[in-house]
Write a protein that binds this ligand. Structure first.
Ligand SMILES: [Zn+2]
Ligand SMILES: [Zn+2]
Ligand SMILES: [Zn+2]
Length: 432
C-alpha cells in the first residue's frame, strides 16, 4: 500500500493475487480507511455544479477568469487546482467547441502531470504506486484496443502543450491500467460526477458478497464495513452491479476485469431463481421459453444502451414499454430484466420531467430491489432517495419522509453519519 493503515494489511489472497485483509475487528458501518485520489477529474457535464478542485456541490461557484469553463468554491480551490487545470485552460479557449477529449484521456493527462511533479519533488523517495497496478494488456480485445487508441490520439491532440507524453507502448499500458482500475465517482443518487484513481482501493478484490462499500467524500474514497469483520477477513468490494444473475455477473467481470468470481453466491447461485422469476400460470412455462426470453432481454438491454445516444426520450420510453410488454408475458415483475427496463423507463421519465411516471416505475422497482440486493446497497439507497425526493416535490410529505429515512438508514452505514449528504438529507426531512 502507499502507506500503512492501522488495522489493514496487504496479503496474497489465494487464487486472486494481492488483496487487503483486516488485522482487527470492524463493526458494520465502521470506517476501515479513507484515501485521497492519486488523480481525479470532474465530468464535463458537471461543470458549474461542483468545484473542480474539492468536488463540493453548491450554488454560485466562481468561474476561471481565463477559460470561463471551470468553477471553484473560492480562490484557494482555484489555486489548488491550477497545476491540473492549466493542462486544459488555454486549450479550452484555443479549441473552443472542438475541445472534446474523453474523460479517460483527461484523467491520464492528470496522472502524467502528477507523476512528473512527484518525480521533481522527491526523486529519491518512493513514487506513488501506480506502476504496481495491473493492466491486463494481453487480455484486451480489439474493441477496447481501438478505444484506447482513440483515447491516446485525444491525448496527443489536446494535451501536448503542457505534457511530454511517454512512448506509445507506455501509454497503452497506462490506459489499460486506468480502464480496469479507475473508479467512477458518483453522487448520492449514483449519478456520475467524475473519474479517479485510488491505488489503495485498487488493491481490494471483488466478491458478490462484499464486506465493504466504497463511497466518496469530496474527492477522497472512504471504505466502510457492511458486515461485522473479524481479524483475518479479506476486505472485499463489488466491482459490478449485483442485481443480475450469476452468469451475467461473471460475463461482466470477464469483459471488464478479466476474471470470474468464485464467491459463495457464484457457487450456490442461491439468488438466481428469484432474479429470473417467471410469471405464475396454471400451465407452467417451458424452460426453453424462459431461456429464449432471457436472450431477448439481454439483446434489448444492449440495444437500449446503444440507442440511448441517438433516440429521442419518447422513442426510448416506447422501447422500454414494448420490451416490458413482451417480457411481461413470461417474466414476473420481480425479474431483474423487467427491473432493468423499468429502471431505464424511470430515468427517461425523470429526464422528461414526468414525476408521476417516474414514481410509478420507482415504486415497482423498489419493492423488489430491497430483496435482491444485499442489505446495505447504494443501488437501494439511491432509489429511496430518488423516490423520496419525487414524493416531496409532489407534496406527498408523509411517504416522502418515510422513503428518505430508509435511504438514510443505509447511507449512515455506507457514507458514515457525518457525511454532508446526510446533513443535507436531515434538512430535507425536517423542512416539512
Ligand atoms: Zn472547492
Ligand atoms: Zn481556466
Ligand atoms: Zn461472485
Amino acid at each position: 500500500m502507499t502507506g500503512s493503515i492501522a488495522g489493514i494489511e496487504r496479503f496474497d489472497s489465494p487464487g486472486k493475487g494481492r488483496g487487503l485483509r483486516v488485522t482487527k475487528p470492524f463493526k458494520t458501518g465502521e470506517l476501515l480507511f479513507s484515501t485521497p485520489a492519486h488523480s481525479y477529474v470532474l465530468s464535463l457535464k458537471e461543470r458549474g455544479c461542483y468545484c473542480e478542485f474539492c468536488f463540493t456541490r453548491k450554488e454560485g461557484l466562481a468561474r476561471c477568469g481565463k477559460c470561463k469553463k471551470a468553477f471553484y468554491c473560492n480562490a484557494k480551490c482555484q489555486k489548488g487546482d491550477w497545476a491540473m487545470h492549466k493542462l486544459e485552460c488555454s486549450a479550452l479557449t484555443a479549441f473552443g467547441e472542438n475541445w472534446c477529449p474523453s474523460e479517460i484521456s483527461r484523467l491520464v493527462a492528470r496522472i502524467l502531470a502528477k507523476k512528473k511533479m512527484q518525480k521533481e519533488r522527491c526523486a529519491s523517495e518512493k513514487m506513488l504506486l501506480i506502476e504496481e497496478i495491473q493492466s491486463h494488456e494481453e487480455d484486451v480485445d480489439n474493441e477496447k484496443r481501438e478505444m484506447n487508441e482513440s483515447d491516446i490520439a485525444g491525448l496527443h491532440r489536446f494535451f501536448t502543450k503542457h505534457l511530454e507524453l511517454p512512448n506509445h507502448k507506455d501509454l497503452v499500458t497506462l490506459f489499460s491500467q486506468v480502464s480496469c482500475n479507475g473508479f467512477t465517482i458518483e453522487d448520492d443518487e449514483l449519478s456520475h460526477m467524475g473519474t479517479a484513481v485510488y491505488p489503495d482501493v485498487a488493491l481490494i478484490n471483488h466478491s458478490c458478497l462484499p464486506s465493504v462499500i466504497v463511497t466518496y467524500n469530496g474527492t477522497s474514497a472512504e471504505i466502510r464495513a457492511v458486515k461485522n469483520m473479524q481479524p483475518g477477513d479479506e476486505v472485499l468490494i463489488s466491482y459490478i452491479d449485483l442485481l443480475y444473475p450469476t452468469d451475467d455477473r461473471n460475463n461482466r467481470l470477464r469483459e471488464s476485469y478479466y476474471f470470474s468470481c468464485d464467491c459463495q453466491e457464484c457457487k450456490t447461485k442461491s439468488k438466481d431463481k428469484a432474479k429470473l422469476k417467471a410469471r405464475k400460470r396454471s400451465d407452467p412455462i417451458e424452460p426453453e421459453v424462459i431461456s429464449s426470453m432471457v436472450r431477448y432481454a439481454r439483446k434489448t438491454i444492449r440495444e437500449f444502451r446503444a440507442f440511448k445516444q441517438i433516440k429521442t426520450p419518447s422513442e426510448l420510453l416506447e422501447m422500454c414499454e414494448q420490451s416490458l410488454d413482451e417480457m411481461g408475458a413470461v417474466f414476473d415483475d420481480a425479474n431483474v430484466y423487467m427491473l432493468h427496463m423499468m429502471y431505464q423507463a424511470m430515468g427517461v421519465c425523470l429526464y422528461m420531467e414526468d414525476p408521476e411516471g417516474a414514481i410509478r416505475y420507482g415504486e415497482k422497482i423498489l419493492k423488489h430491489y430491497c430483496k435482491l440486493y444485499p442489505p446495505y446497497s447504494l443501488n437501494v439507497s439511491s432509489m429511496y432517495l430518488k423516490l423520496g425526493r419525487l414524493y416531496m416535490g409532489m407534496e406527498r410529505y408523509s411517504v416522502g419522509v418515510t422513503a428518505l429515512k430508509k435511504a438514510m438508514a443505509i447511507m449512515e452505514v455506507a457514507h458514515g453519519k457525518n457525511h454532508s449528504y446526510l446533513t443535507e438529507l436531515r434538512k430535507e426531512i425536517t423542512k416539512k
